[in-house]
Design a protein. Structure first.
Length: 157
């Protein structure tokens, strides 16, 4: 899908619209926790690619991922540091942080905080996210919340 980057942000198509869509998702769903918006912004056959994590197809995959982080880290916050697009692909580098106040992968709350950087690439078609590649640093999170001792995280990468 060739775009000139001038497509309306309201439609979520094109580079500019796709970038606005990703900012909206980060602000309202990831940071704000409004999971009711997911069905409006993700395609029915949405696919999430995340190493070591098997998610179903469809919008429910994104809901599950957000719910997991927000349940474990109620103050979970993502800040987009860099956002750019090429064709139907929108990429961002982000900073995420939160305090471990709920169960994470069966690990009881530690009340410790984490902060890390990560990268995402999303494919946006006709105003909907149809595919995402997600890369964060789970070993860093596990180290920061006290599950892994410093230096052990290289066993996870």
């Amino acid at each position: 899908m060739a775009t000139d980057g001038n497509t309306s942000a309201a439609t979520g198509s094109g580079r500019q619209g796709g970038k606005e869509l990703i900012r909206h998702i980060t602000d309202k769903i990831v940071n704000g926790g409004d999971l009711t918006l997911v069905r409006e912004l993700f395609s029915e056959d949405y696919v999430a690619h995340k190493t070591g994590l098997s998610l179903p197809r469809g919008p429910e995959a994104f809901k599950m991922a957000v719910r997991q982080w927000r349940d474990a880290f109620p103050d979970y916050r993502v800040t987009i540091e860099t956002l750019f697009g090429e064709g139907d692909l929108i990429a961002n580098q982000f900073t995420a942080e939160g305090t471990h106040q709920g169960s994470l992968l069966g690990i009881p709350p530690s009340e410790k905080s984490f902060k890390l950087t990560g990268t995402e690439v999303h494919r946006v078609v006709d105003g909907l996210v149809v595919e995402s590649w997600l890369a964060d640093d789970l070993p860093r999170i596990l180290t920061d919340v006290g599950v892994l001792a410093p230096g052990q995280s290289n066993k996870w990468t």
